[in-house]
Structure formats: structure tokens, C-alpha cells
Design a protein around this ligand. Structure first.
Ligand code: FDA
Length: 365
């Protein structure tokens, strides 16, 4: 008998299991995949940590969360500076003074601001993503960086998408190319699987084990179930199926230095992939060989991995019904990106698992 059966050996499940084990509770972690780590999993290929489910860079401004993850792995000093390739030309990204120099030839913040004022389209109340971007940077930058990439990623025209999807994208009037603005940033030197392995040290983990293959059995094994899988699946899709976008990865082992940077975004709609990753650059690798991954957006079906929730009004309303049901589900705790139907960065997942543990401990006192 266990105190907690935790469905999912991803970041949420691993932090929760570590904290509860350290507090004296007996935990069992199960995962249907053949490995721990969920989407942060890295696999060593010829000494290179390959980010199997897309580029993962840890970033946070919360010192508590940074100190927490540093207890389980040493982080390198990687700073994410992706580049854009549009029709064979390379641009600095996110949009900054270097980008504006490359596109317009402007060299100072004053010139750049003047140019932006000229090219911005006046739209009083931008109603969708296209209008919002046009109102911020005008047609040329929109077509160079946003239009094709967004159409590939979401399989929808930017006119059909809400502005909030991209409001996170910084537009800078300085030469700063660091994609994130957080104080702390890096990647575990030994990969994320090493970090998750340390979190799960001494805890029973069963891989290749789907909760739904025998859910009555797993429910009986513990007083409390912690579920980090898809919430609609947990409730038998009774209100319908929540939509996701998926991804498909093609990976090759090559010789040398393929693109000179860890991440390149391909923003032209004619190119079918959205990103190319060269994994050794995430860890300043100087190996003779290299591992390169092409990332293609893909339609989600149940046999694929759900990557990005489609948080439009229809899906959010459906999620709220599931959330309501989850609130009155005794003995089950829901957590993580799939159970909450929300895009979360890793630091937010760590924060939410620690907050859940804190709330449970406070109740038990
Ligand atoms: P996660 O999906 O990792 O874990 C859930 C686990 O539950 C999975 O292992 C799954 O197999 C298991 N499971 C589900 N159903 C089950 C069942 N029925 N039975 C058994 N097991 C079951 N964040 C960041 O901070 N920096 C970054 O650079 C990136 N980059 C990035 C790129 C891409 C392409 C994506 C999609 C996401 C990111 N992220 C990110 C976000 C990051 O991936 C995310 O925060 C964490 O992986 C979420 O961890 P969870 O544990 O919630 O889910």
C-alpha cells in the first residue's frame, strides 16, 4: 500500500514524489512512456544530450525555484539566442536593434523608433493576432517573422487567432538577443534525464505502465492518486475532446557543425518545419559529430503526444467543465500541464508542484 500513486514521471510528478517521499510518505510513480522525464526527457547520443521533445531551456526569476532545481543538477550557462532563417537569409531574434538594422539599416534606437512609427499600421482596437502585430511592427516584420511561422504552428491564419498568443514576444530597441528576460537561465550539464533521475532517486517507478490499463488496481494501491495526464481522458471524454497541436521530429546524426547555433526558427510558410535544433550547442559541445532535429508542426490525434493546448473559447469552456468535475473528485489531485490544460514553462511546473505539496502539508498539520 502507498500513500500516493502518481500518474506521470514528468517534471510535475517527479517534484511531487520527491517532496512527499522526503516528508515520509510512500510513493509509487507510473508512466506509460518507456522513460522518465515526460517532455523534458533528454537522451544521450554519442555524448550529446538530445532534447527528444523539443528545445528545453530552464529560466526563472524566482530564486527559490532556481535553488531548488540546482539541488538536483548542475546547470550550465546557456542563454537562448535563437536565429531566424527566412528565405535563406539569417536574422537576429527576438526582434531587436540588430534585426531592425538587418531589415531597415537603422543603427540607433532613435532611428529604429522613427522607422517603426512609419511602418506601424494604425488599428484602434486590434481584434486578432494579425492586427495586433501589424499595429506593433508593420507589414514587413509581420511577414518576415510571424505570419508563416504562426500559420505552420497553429494551422490557422493569424486573423483567426487571438492576439494573446504572441503578446509574450518582446520587441526591443536594444541589441539584447537573449530570448528570455529572467534572471536565471541554463540547462542541466548532464541533461534533464539526470535531473529527473535525481528527483526520483529511491522512489519506486514503473515505466511502460498506463494508468488506464488497470485504473481500479492503481486506485486501490493508495489513498490518494496524483494525476498528471490529460484531464478529458481521465473523465472518459464525457464533455468532448480538448484540442491540442502536436509535433513531429526528424533527427539525424551528422558530422561537424551544422548550423552554428542551438535553435533556428524557419519562418517562411514554404518550408514545412518550424525549427531546426542542433543539440550540442545547448551544452557548448565540440564533438566531431552532431545531432540535428527538424521540428514539424502536426495535427493531434490520440496516438500522438499532445504538445500545445488550443486555448480558444470553445476549448477553455470545455476545460472548465472538466475542472468543475475534478474539484469534486475525492482522493484525486490533478496537476501539471495536461491535467490543467495549460501551457506551462518548467519553472511554473516546479512552482505549482511545490505549492501543491505545501498546501497538503498545511492541511495535515
Ligand atoms: P509532461 O507531459 O512532461 O508529463 C506528464 C507525464 O504523464 C508524461 O510522461 C506522460 O507519459 C504521463 N502520462 C500521461 N497519461 C498517462 C497515463 N494514462 N498513464 C501513465 N502515464 C501517463 N519549458 C521551459 O521552461 N523552457 C523551454 O524551453 C520549454 N520548451 C518547450 C518546448 C516544447 C516543444 C514544448 C511543448 C514545451 C516546452 N516547455 C518548455 C514546457 C515543458 O515541456 C513543460 O513545462 C513540462 O514538460 C511539463 O511537465 P508535466 O509534468 O506537467 O508534463
Amino acid at each position: 500500500m502507498y500513500d500516493y500513486v502518481i500518474v506521470g514521471a514528468g517534471l510535475f510528478g517527479a517534484v511531487f514524489a520527491r517532496e512527499m517521499t522526503d516528508a515520509g510518505y510512500k510513493c509509487l510513480v507510473i508512466d506509460k512512456r518507456p522513460h522518465i522525464g515526460g517532455n523534458v526527457y533528454t537522451e544521450k547520443v554519442e555524448g550529446i544530450d538530445v532534447h527528444k521533445y523539443g528545445a528545453h531551456i530552464f529560466h526563472t526569476s524566482d530564486k527559490g525555484i532556481w535553488d531548488y532545481v540546482n539541488r538536483f543538477a548542475t546547470f550550465n550557462h546557456y542563454i537562448n539566442k535563437p536565429k531566424v532563417n527566412y528565405k535563406g537569409k539569417v536574422y537576429s531574434f527576438p526582434i531587436n536593434l540588430m534585426t531592425l538594422y538587418q531589415v531597415y539599416g537603422v543603427t540607433t534606437p532613435q532611428e529604429a523608433e522613427k522607422k517603426l512609427q512609419e511602418v506601424r499600421v494604425t488599428i484602434a482596437n486590434p481584434a486578432n493576432l494579425e492586427e495586433w502585430i501589424l499595429s506593433q511592427v508593420g507589414l514587413e516584420l509581420y511577414e518576415l517573422f510571424i505570419k508563416g511561422y504562426t500559420m505552420k504552428q497553429w494551422q490557422k491564419h493569424p486573423k483567426e487567432l487571438p492576439a494573446f498568443i504572441i503578446k509574450r514576444l518582446p520587441i526591443r530597441l536594444n541589441f539584447e538577443e537573449n530570448y528570455f528576460e529572467d534572471i536565471y537561465q541554463g540547462i542541466p550539464k548532464e541533461g534533464y534525464t539526470f535531473l529527473i533521475g535525481n528527483l526520483l532517486k529511491g522512489i519506486e517507478v514503473r515505466l511502460n505502465t498506463d494508468y488506464f490499463s488497470d485504473k481500479e488496481h492503481f486506485n486501490e494501491l493508495a489513498k490518494t492518486l496524483v494525476y498528471t495526464g490529460k484531464i478529458d481522458e481521465f473523465f472518459g471524454y464525457r464533455f468532448g475532446e480538448l484540442e491540442y497541436r502536436s509535433l513531429r521530429f526528424e533527427t539525424k546524426l551528422l558530422e561537424g557543425n551544422y548550423q552554428g547555433n542551438a535553435v533556428f526558427n524557419y519562418t517562411d510558410s514554404e518550408v514545412p518545419y518550424t525549427r531546426v535544433l542542433e543539440h550540442k550547442h545547448f551544452n557548448f559541445g565540440r564533438q566531431k559529430h552532431t545531432v540535428v532535429t527538424w521540428e514539424y508542426p502536426d495535427t493531434y490525434t490520440r496516438d500522438k503526444i499532445p504538445y500545445y493546448p488550443v486555448n480558444d473559447e470553445k476549448n477553455n469552456a470545455m476545460y472548465r467543465k472538466y475542472e468543475q468535475l475534478a474539484r469534486s473528485c475525492p482522493g484525486v489531485l490533478f496537476g501539471g500541464r495536461l491535467a490543467e490544460y495549460k501551457y506551462y514553462d518548467m519553472h511554473q511546473i516546479v512552482g505549482s508542484a511545490l505549492a501543491k505539496v505545501k498546501a497538503i502539508k498545511a492541511q495535515k498539520v
